[in-house]
Design a binder for this molecule. Sequence first.
Ligand code: TRP
Length: 376
Amino acid sequence: MVMIKKASKVTPWEVEGKVDYDKLIKEFGVSRLDDKLLERIKKHAKDLHPMLRRKIFFAHRDLKWLLDEYDKGNKFFLYTGCGPSGPIHLGHLGTWVFTKWLQDVFDVELYFQFTDDEKFLFKDKSYDEIQKWTYDNMLDVIALGFNPKKTFFIVDTKHANLMYPEAIKVAKKITYSTVKAAFGFDDSKNIGEIFYTSMQAVPVFLPCVLKKRKIPCLIPLAIDQDPHFRIARDVYPKLGYDKPAIIHSIFLPPLTGTEGKMSSSNSDKAILTTDSPNQVKKKINKYAFSGGQASIEEHRKKGGNPDVDVSFQYLKFFFEQDDAKLQQIYDDYKSGKMLTSELKNYLIDKINAFLKEHQKKRELAKKQINDFMLKN
Ligand code: TRP
């Protein structure tokens, strides 16, 4: 039988099929995060973050340089962002939870970009609706506990006075053919989409502009966002700035299986930060792809496959912080000792405990937005 494998695709706007991360490392020209670098991070943290230990963050660019600078006393700042086009789901949180850890460990500033322009240009949604999501998504970011004294929100259209003069300097050095080749754009793209990469490129050096000195930048991101910076990398030195360091994560799978990534375009496939305990329970029980066997008897006999089981993958991402416990679940599920229903119940409790706290902080965040805005 000929197996037809759905081709996988990874761009900042589409992730489809089974992602081959080894291939991406080669295609994008990034480096694997090796034990030597992990050891260096560990020198600054008591313990490595589970997402580092488990290789959820698995690749990087120029991290050695960034740590060398840090060891010399040259502190970096963090930069990451959010495209506000819908509700926040668990897939978004991975990068941000990790970014918050980095902020605490290295005691550094974070510039957080909300690309309302991007989502307006790329999605079939009105400007007003995107503004609504921008506000809504900020609540989730604040709820994760970033330090308000060291965290600065940039909203592309609201900080146009700071962003635009810099974005045109980037844009002038990127050709249309480069953008076309990197993203596979055809001539039907609107001209705002073609320009957009230059907006995402700016926060890498905006703090340098504001403080009038060079400061190293570290960008935690899911690997689909890398192409923007791959294009912009050549531009930074031409404008007198350093290239940023980047640390890349894999994608949190959608509920329905280990292909593609979680996305809020289909809320059945995603767990939203605003879901009630009952909604979480229903979604996981109904949709979470299971690596278990068809019947309990068969499962006891043959065991399940945690490597394709979505509930297990969520525990591995960050809902189970304890490595020993995670390993025990892995072993018990594989041997058939643990049933799919037990695994799912365990995950449901973990997610609901997390969301209960998150939703409380999300309410409080409504009063804090102003504290986080970059003053322009
Ligand atoms: N384009 C990203 C998105 O759609 C948002 C974003 C802006 C971002 N700047 C970033 C993500 C830097 C990671 C790093 O979600």
